[in-house]
Design a protein around this ligand. Structure first.
Ligand code: SF4
Length: 457
């Protein structure tokens, strides 16, 4: 009972977070930057921050994550990090020669007030950025928002690379949000099947789920290219998947370059995937290919076959807003009851959306943005659930309360597979459902008396 001291009684807290349900902004910025081909993320702060961010990503994706740091010491902390940054840009292009350096700030450089756009201008004026090479930057103070905010800020910086030529490229920009590399691969498979030409950014497929080839590549094959990012300003539209992760970048392209955008939910589960497929169908002006119709049918078939085991099951969810919104809708559609929902990312809009999605469920729902795992545990103690879905940190609650548990979201530090098997789209819905049913039926098999222990379920 590692969490045995969590009390059942809930006390109002305004100035204390216990076991946060989020991590810091630069981790999201670093993950997004890795989705650009030939990009080296750069952490403008102390070495410790950079080491933590790299190790957090490595532990989740089980791949080496390269990033450089401005390596602040006492001097930079007092007088500002401009000199370190200028030297870093020079060293990075000389030693590693990336196509892009994607700089994000940290708490320290933000508190000092370092002005990255000004430092970039100075680096360019001093000839430190070679011809055909780029430096982009995002402000990512960790005392505001969460890793999701940092991701969104870096994706917006990527949108800033658009250089419209005035000639349309016939493509659609898709901003997938913070999903697994396998999900990005799956989105590309779906768009190819429908026949929509796309620019997907960021794209970490082939970067953080690559094969073991015996050869180390500092810059793996995958990632959206600089040429593609420049071309996003010539696209006929943008589909942003998720309000929290992707919408800002899409709106930036709309505002600056008149590329119209639609903000959709992330395509997890049946209905959100329906809306995504419908948007692609409308853009392409085609009928939906049989292969996708079949995949949808398989998901509907599995839901109806196993509905008896899903019906009425209470669920606790923790994760990031865009994922949780789609997951809540999916669970409600299957007659499950997501009753405790926490995200560490702030945003009242999240609570409102969850309330709307669950309003016909016929029971009270606890939902909190900028909440923590401690509160989630307390809610579970007051009203137990049949299932927990969330990141690795849920394992403590699941063990103490003896509740079936599905790992999903970020970070997953103690299991494998999330990088390789998508959970977006209809095929991803099948995988999610298989995981959910697996733990629910394992529990049934464990707890059923011998007279009810069935071979066929
Ligand atoms: S100091 Fe700030 S940026 Fe660095 S690891 Fe801590 S929260 Fe993240």
């Amino acid at each position: 009972m590692l969490l045995r001291h969590t009390p059942k009684e809930i006390t109002e807290r305004t100035a204390l977070t216990i076991n946060p349900a989020k991590t810091c902004q630069p981790i999201g910025a670093m993950y997004a930057a890795l989705g650009i081909h030939g990009c080296l993320p750069h952490s403008h702060g102390s070495q410790g921050c950079c080491a933590y961010h790299r190790s957090a990503l490595t532990r989740h994706y089980k791949e080496p994550v390269s990033a450089s740091t401005s390596s602040f010491t006492e001097g930079a902390s007092v007088f500002g990090g401009q000199a370190n940054m200028l030297q870093a840009i020079n060293n990075i292009f000389t030693v590693y020669n990336p196509e892009v350096i994607a700089i994000h700030t940290t708490c320290l450089s933000e508190t000092i007030g370092d002005d990255l756009p000004q430092i970039k201008k100075k680096a360019a004026a001093e000839g430190k950025i070679p011809e055909g090479r780029y430096v982009i930057s995002a402000s990512t103070p960790s005392y505001a928002g969460s890793h999701v905010t940092g991701f969104s800020n870096m994706v917006k910086a990527m949108a800033g690379m658009a250089e419209p030529t005035g000639k349309k490229n016939g493509k659609v920009n898709i901003i997938p949000g913070w999903v697994e590399p396998a999900d990005m691969e799956e989105i590309k498979r779906i768009t190819n099947l429908i026949g929509v030409k796309t620019i997907l950014f960021p794209d970490t497929s082939g970067v953080l789920n690559g094969p073991l080839s015996g050869e180390y590549k500092m810059f793996p094959e995958g990632g959206v290219t600089v040429a593609e990012l420049k071309s996003t300003g010539d696209s006929k539209g943008t589909l942003a998947l998720g309000e929290w992760c992707s919408a800002d970048a899409a709106r930036e392209l709309d505002k600056k370059h008149k590329v119209p955008c639609s903000v959709l939910d992330m395509p997890f589960g049946l209905m959100a995937t329906d809306r995504f497929i419908d948007a692609l169908r409308t853009i392409a002006g085609v009928s939906i290919p049989d292969e996708i119709v079949n995949e949808r049918g398989q998901l509907v078939d599995m839901i109806s076959d196993m509905h008896q085991y899903l019906y009425g099951k209470k669920v606790a969810l923790v994760g990031d807003p865009d994922q949780l919104i789609a997951m809540t809708e999916f669970l409600v559609a299957m007659d499950m009851k997501p009753i405790h929902i926490v995200t560490g990312t702030p945003g009242k809009k999240f609570e409102k959306r969850i309330k709307e999605l669950t309003k016909d469920m016929g029971c009270e729902v606890n939902v909190k943005a900028a909440g923590d795992m401690f509160l989630l545990h307390q809610w579970i103690k007051n009203e137990p659930v049949d299932l927990i879905i969330g990141n690795t940190y849920c394992k403590y609650i699941a063990r103490d309360e003896d509740i079936p548990y599905v790992r999903w979201g970020f970070p997953i530090l103690d299991r494998q597979g999330h990088q390789y098997f998508p959970t977006v789209g209809y095929k991803g819905g099948l995988r999610l459902l298989e995981k959910i049913l697996g733990v629910l039926l394992d529990r049934k098999d464990r707890d059923d008396p011998e007279t009810k222990f069935e071979l066929v379920l």
